[in-house]
Ligand binder design. Structure first.
Ligand code: XIL
Length: 883
């Protein structure tokens, strides 16, 4: 096997192999029935539509030769409302209280390029009819797409009632009020092969007792939030406590719990915690002495219900804190003295403390009272949304600095770190830790959890393997950073806001979350195994774009291949075995694969596997194809490597996803792009995924002929062709702005000329100031969360730079104001790829336009008009490095 890959590149690849994460498109894969599940209903519509009917005026009927296997399908047409749908009464199938996996295939042929579809039920458990969307997804036109969901039927309201509760199942398009319905909202569609499997009741949750303690992987304390019940031996969560060496109460040391009535202190729960912790040799954090939530109702009012005076409130604060802190003197490692005192916009929180006392003096008072009561306890200020830069982080930084300057006894800053998989990035958090540590205080991460949702409003989702792996990789990168920061003396402790997903405060009714190390079944998740034993992780599904070649591809030498990204084939151990590119048109999937192999022998071959409908099943579907090309038939062979071109018979459909894998065989040893178990012949469960996308908007960067001085002047840019920025993403911006790009071995250089006669940087948030941004996705994986190679750099017209990911130390920029606008020259470090001619990277540029008052009035981009680039790389254009 060949090993001429440079060590830098090899390192990069080993990083990339695990970072090439999913998510640039949602998988519509349909797993087959899993073990233990019992098929309780199926209709492939080959015989009849038995029981399937309508919900309104629509028509539902069987249609010949329309089905997924060429047979019959159920067709719904003449729909007038979004809820007109094929309907089936499942009263005898879906039993109250039980859980089911429901699968259905959907296809449509008219109207929009793609459409959302919902799987819904109408159910009455005795409390009235409820209409519930239980699953769904996006379906590209003309493409049979599998949708699957897991649904738990509500238990009967009256458990003694002998009747089965009526429940009906249907497939509809997303709801719209009648008066705003457009033809695309009521398209006709087909469904086929509906299956329902009963999921056996979950085994009772049990803690694994034979796995290493999570905290043993780190040389700083790692803690968890707990509730007092867990401390008792028989509690089902008790066994999780050993994974942590610090504890904090989730609620039981908050103000309302500690002093429910004035002067009446409740110490029993706190006593139990400090006692348990000390018996185990573990640390305790106290949370929290002062907060604007969970305070006792009497705290701010007198007996008549009137607001108390400043003096009374100061006395109450002082009494509350001194009584509690002195009670636990010597037993609590660190106290969150005040919690969440700064607002998002950087002002002091408008709490009763501030309004009654009138200034931040109450904060100083709280810290002084705590110090007097226990001089050895570490005293913290704790807050959320400060692990990334912005007005709130700035304000907290300034506040802590001010308090220290005034001699207020403050020892530390707690970053709550309720984060999600996309935001903030590990780099954002690293910057925050370093920034607060630079004030000479301790830094704790105090309430770490990682939601699988990007926002409060995102719909419930199934935490499939892709999601759990994405989460695991982010936890790994984050803890690597934590270890480095600990070694530098910047970080002292990390505490999770709970151990298992079942107890997380992130769970919402109807929308469970999965933010922690252990699952609802109390078993260790990938986020644990990635530290303990990465070999136990399931194989990741890599998801990559395949771009459309509208005029087809003539062969290996077709210049269109330059526009296709090359994806490395990297083994489990990080060795590079080759690479491949793909393109598609409506009839074919074109593949071009290179194997690195300098020992030619007769069994050398490359095999392509495609599962056209991306079912990802234990047994691959019948329409799957595999095509092998032996080295003797290669289109090119240098002796060091050989390359094969193939046009596979796969129908290309915009936005469709296909299961895909490439296997390189070298004298008996077999290396796969995705399925490291090499079971592609039998099972598609570990195929990667290709998403059929249009050809992205592209531009080029020329290789720099000499040194580029970053001086904001155009001396080295004269003969570079400018690229106009014409996408008006938001509001008002001037026409005529442009950028140019060059590259060398270390940097991508970008030179902006922005048309803007009124420059303003009054806003606190940097994105509101007149500024430009560069988005870069070095490995061009176009993931919808940031990977370590992804970054956003923002440079104001005054050269104030803000980072979202990226390389702060190496980045360089300079700006220059000219009549009618400003120029920005930047050098963006290329550290995750080897820059060379032909390299494609995800790329975009942006202009933020501030109006006279300092508010952002407009956004202009080169490509992406979503304004989501700060967390999602999937909408970027592509920049190609050329000579
Ligand atoms: C949360 C608890 O987890 C919930 O159980 C409770 O209902 C509300 O408070 N920031 C904090 C914590 O400082 O105290 C909060 O804890 C989560 C946000």
């Amino acid at each position: 096997m060949n090993s001429f890959v440079s060590s830098k590149f090899r390192y990069i690849l080993s990083v990339l192999v695990v970072l090439f994460m999913v998510v640039s498109c949602v998988s519509t894969s349909g797993t087959a029935k899993e073990s233990g599940e019992e098929l309780v209903y199926q209709n492939d519509f080959e015989k009849d539509a038995l029981g399937w009917g309508t919900r309104g005026s629509e028509t539902v009927e069987l249609v010949d030769k329309a089905g997924i296997d060429g047979g019959q399908a159920l067709y719904v047409h003449e729909r007038e409302k979004t809820w007109n749908a094929p309907f089936y009464d499942m009263t005898e199938v879906l039993l109250p209280g039980a859980s089911y996996r429901i699968g259905v295939w959907v296809k449509f042929e008219e109207g929009p390029q793609s459409s959302g579809f919902n799987m819904s039920v109408q159910v009455d458990n005795g409390t009235g009819m409820q209409y519930v969307t239980i699953g769904g997804g996006r379906v590209p036109k003309n493409y049979w797409t599998y949708m699957e969901t897991v649904y738990t039927v509500p238990p009967k309201a009256d458990p003694n009632s002998a009747f089965l509760n009526p429940i009906g199942f249907y497939i509809e398009t997303p709801w719209k009020p009648d008066e705003s319905i457009q033809p695309e909202d009521i398209i006709s569609f087909y469904i086929d092969n509906v299956t329902v499997s009963k999921i056996p009741p979950a085994a009772p949750a049990a803690v694994e007792t034979d796995i290493p303690e999570f905290s043993s992987f780190f040389d700083f304390p790692v803690g968890t939030a707990v509730n007092s019940q867990y401390l008792k031996d028989g509690h089902k969560r008790h066994g999780l406590l050993r994974h942590f060496n610090a504890y904090v109460y989730e609620n039981e040391m908050k103000m309302d719990a500690m002093q429910p009535r004035e002067g009446e202190f409740k110490f029993a729960n706190g006593d139990a915690l400090v006692e348990y912790a000390s018996s185990q040799g573990k640390l305790v954090r106290g949370h929290t002495l002062l907060w604007h939530n969970q305070y006792p109702s009497w705290f701010f009012t007198d007996d008549e219900g009137n607001e108390v005076s400043k003096e009374v409130l100061m006395n109450r604060i002082e009494a509350h804190i001194s009584t509690i802190v002195s009670h636990y003197k010597g037993q609590i490692y660190a106290w969150d003295v005040v919690n969440e005192v700064v607002e998002y916009d950087g002002s002091l929180r408008n709490s009763p403390y501030l309004s009654i006392i009138g200034s931040e003096e109450y904060i100083a008072l709280a810290f002084r009272a705590a110090r007097a009561a226990d001089p050895d306890a570490k005293l913290f200020i704790n807050d959320y949304n400060i692990a990334f830069s912005g007005a709130k982080q700035d304000a907290l930084y300034e506040l802590v600095k001010r308090l220290k300057d005034q001699g207020v006894p403050i020892d530390g800053v707690g970053l709550q770190a309720h984060i999600n998989m996309g935001h903030p990035t590990v780099g954002n958090m690293e910057t925050a830790i370093e920034r607060f540590a630079s004030l000479g205080v301790d830094v704790h991460v105090t309430e770490l959890d990682m939601s699988v949702y990007a926002s409060e409003n995102e719909a419930a989702k199934d935490p499939g393997r892709e999601v759990l792996l994405t989460q695991a990789y982010k936890y790994r990168d984050m803890f690597e950073m934590f270890s480095e920061q600990h070694a530098k003396g910047n970080l002292d402790m990390v505490v999770f806001w709970g151990a298992d997903d079942g107890m997380s405060w992130k769970n919402q009714p109807g929308r469970p979350d999965y933010p922690l190390l252990f699952g609802k079944d109390l078993q260790a998740k990938p986020a644990y195994w990635i530290f303990a034993d990465p070999a136990r992780l399931p194989i990741n599904i890599q998801v990559r774009d395949s771009n459309q070649a509208v005029d087809g591809v003539s062969g290996m030498d077709d210049p269109i291949w330059e526009n296709a990204s090359s994806y490395p084939i990297v083994g489990r151990d990080g060795t590079l075995y080759g690479s491949f590119k793909t393109l598609w048109d409506d009839k074919k999937l074109y593949v071009l694969a290179t194997a690195l192999d300098n020992t030619s022998d007769s069994s050398d071959e490359i095999v392509f596997y495609v599962e056209p409908r991306n079912v990802k099943a234990d047994e691959r579907t019948k329409d799957s194809i595999d095509v092998s090309v032996s080295r003797s038939k290669a289109d090119a062979d240098t002796g060091e490597s050989y390359t094969v071109f193939k046009a596979l018979n796969v129908e290309g459909i915009l936005d469709a996803k296909v299961g895909f894998d490439v296997v390189v065989s070298d004298n008996g040893s077999v290396h796969s792009w995705n399925d490291f178990d090499n079971l592609q012949e039998d099972s598609s469960i570990n195929y990667g995924t290709l998403c059929m996308k249009p050809m992205p908007v592209m531009c080029t960067a020329k290789r720099a002929t000499g040194n580029i001085r970053i001086d904001g002047r155009d001396s080295e840019w004269g003969d570079i062709t400018p690229v106009p920025m014409e996408v008006e993403t938001q509001g008002y911006t001037l026409e005529g702005s442009q950028f140019r790009a060059q590259w060398d071995d270390n940097y991508l250089y970008v030179y902006f000329e922005v048309q803007d006669s009124l420059l303003n940087d009054n806003a606190r948030d940097p994105w509101e100031q007149d500024s430009v941004e560069v988005f870069i996705d070095q490995n061009n994986a176009k993931t919808s969360t940031y990977e370590p190679d992804d970054a956003q750099y923002r440079i104001s017209f005054k050269n104030f730079v803000t980072f979202n990911g990226g390389y702060e130390d190496e980045f360089m920029s300079k700006t220059r104001v000219f009549p009618g606008g400003y120029a920005v020259e930047v050098a963006v470090p290329l550290k995750d790829v080897s820059p060379e001619v032909g390299l494609l990277m995800g790329f975009d540029t942006q202009i933020n336009e501030a109006d006279a008052s300092g508010v952002r009035a407009g956004i202009r981009n080169w490509v992406n008009d979503t304004n989501m680039g700060y967390q999602d790389m999937s909408g970027l254009g592509v920049i190609m490095l050329v000579e």
